[in-house]
Design a protein around this ligand. Structure first.
Ligand code: UD1
Length: 428
């Protein structure tokens, strides 16, 4: 089993380049299945979620390959299979997008119930309701969702809950449907806009992405082309928080500062310095930071995917902070691991009370999901002594070259097989 070994205490200093957005890329890669042509997608992060989806596309009869660093070529002309069974899709939540893409292209999709990180219940009822509104019928049997439609027709769809996945899935299914689809109470995350821009650049007619009403006029067909994925808002936010957590000074490059407004606002409220440039953000912190309360919300609110990293930072501030998780019903599992390091956090349902002022101490801990894994790495950087972070498969799903990027900023972090020795300067 592999682990990160981290010697805490180093301030992160220098510059770091953010990769392409994982959550955009996984949707765009699947969206390329709608295009009976070749799509070249640039700025794709080389993370395990990307490789899982490339594998799925190849198994469905298409061809997905990296032709150079960050540039993925997808040829979906040969796709002739509409079934994605459990062993193909169980590793990744974004496999649910196969439903919308295969339904949109072939009028039929058979996809196993999707997997991904476990934050409690992760239903797909809104995705299915959306497909039904477009004229599809579905059954769930033997773990497979079978969705089919003679013809998909535009419809008005109101989402009961703001859902990134359901919004994207309906956009995919509606892109080639007959007539206009209107999604109300749509999600507004940056990757919704990115997927719409990708589809539009391939010939779709989607307006309003980034607002809560998206209008999709179905088109006859889509054509190939080249598209560049936006920078990863969550990776950027992770480095912003890591900079503040270590009293560091980091210039985070290749970002869209507007996507990070909610994080910037919290860091400023805590007393960190944040400077915004056209496509970079500098975060600098020194001395004591102040407590803040954080509530996760759909975009443009504070992202749930930065909640674990932010809560970890709050363990070192002055005073008591309250963190409320409004998106997922069970996203505090990692808190047990932080407690092992000396954090003083109490969880009651969707609320965590963080008593600041704790000096974390290094300890073995295990990632419980992707972003929790990143949070534990930040905890390791803040801690006295050596932290070992296990279960790296989660972190590998979404952070490209994480330890290399951290090391380039001065972090003492290495990746080791369990049992393999690791010597840092100053540690026997
Ligand atoms: C996406 C992100 C994930 C992030 C989440 C919220 C990807 C690949 N993953 O996940 O990292 O944490 O957005 O920002 O982009 N819901 C329903 N019924 C549904 C679908 C969702 O009730 O059919 C609920 C969920 O239980 C949850 C909320 O809606 O409480 C938001 O989920 P959703 O936005 O759909 O998350 P994902 O798209 O799965």
């Amino acid at each position: 089993m592999e682990k990160y070994v981290i010697l805490g205490g180093a301030k992160l200093e220098g510059e770091v380049e953010i990769s392409g957005a994982k959550n955009s890329a996984v949707a765009i890669i699947v969206a390329a299945l709608l295009v009976k042509d070749v799509c070249v997608i640039e700025n794709v992060p080389a993370v395990s979620d990307t490789y899982v989806l490339m594998d799925i596309i190849n198994q469905l009869g298409g061809k997905a390959e990296f032709v150079s660093k960050g540039t993925l070529r997808i040829d979906a002309r040969g796709v002739d299979c509409i079934e994605a069974p459990y062993e193909m899709v169980s590793k990744i939540r974004a496999s649910s997008y196969l439903m919308g893409a295969l339904l949109g292209r072939f009028g039929h999709a058979r996809v196993a119930m999707p997997g991904g990180c476990d934050f409690g219940v992760r239903p797909i009822d809104l995705h299915l309701k959306g497909f039904e509104a477009l004229g599809a019928e579905y059954t769930v049997e033997h773990g497979l969702v079978d969705i089919h439609a003679e013809k998909l027709s535009g419809a008005e769809i109101y989402m009961d809950t703001v859902s990134v996945g359901a919004t994207i899935n309906v956009m995919l299914a509606a892109a080639l449907a007959q007539g206009q689809t209107v999604i109300e109470n749509a999600a507004k995350e940056p990757h919704i806009v990115d997927v719409a821009n990708f589809l539009n650049s391939m010939g779709a007619n989607i307006k309003g992405a980034g607002t809560d009403v998206i209008k999709i006029k179905g088109v006859e067909s889509l054509h190939g082309g080249t598209y560049i994925v936006i920078p990863d808002q969550i990776e950027a936010g992770t480095f912003m928080i890591a900079a503040a957590a270590t009293n560091g000074d980091v210039l985070i490059k290749n970002v869209i500062p507007k996507h990070l407004d909610s994080v910037t606002a919290k860091l400023l409220e805590m007393g960190a310095e944040v400077e915004e440039y056209d496509d970079a953000i500098r975060v600098k912190a020194s001395g004591n930071l102040k407590k803040v309360n954080v509530k996760t919300m759909p975009h443009p609110g504070f992202p749930t995917d930065l909640q674990p990293q932010m809560l970890t930072l709050l363990t070192r501030t002055e005073g008591t902070s309250i963190v409320t998780e409004n998106v997922w019903d069970s996203r505090f599992k990692y808190v047990d691991e932080l407690r092992r390091m000396g954090a003083n956090v109490t969880v009651d349902g969707r609320t965590a009370i963080v008593e600041g002022g704790a000096q974390l101490t290094g300890s073995p801990v295990s990632s419980t999901d992707l972003r929790a894994g990143a949070a534990l790495v930040i905890a390791g950087l803040m801690a006295n002594g050596v932290t070992e972070v296990y279960n790296l498969k989660y972190i590998d799903r979404g952070y490209e070259n994480f330890e290399q990027k951290l090391r380039s900023l001065g972090a003492q972090i290495t990746r080791r097989k369990d049992g393999e020795k690791c010597h840092f300067a100053g540690i026997a």
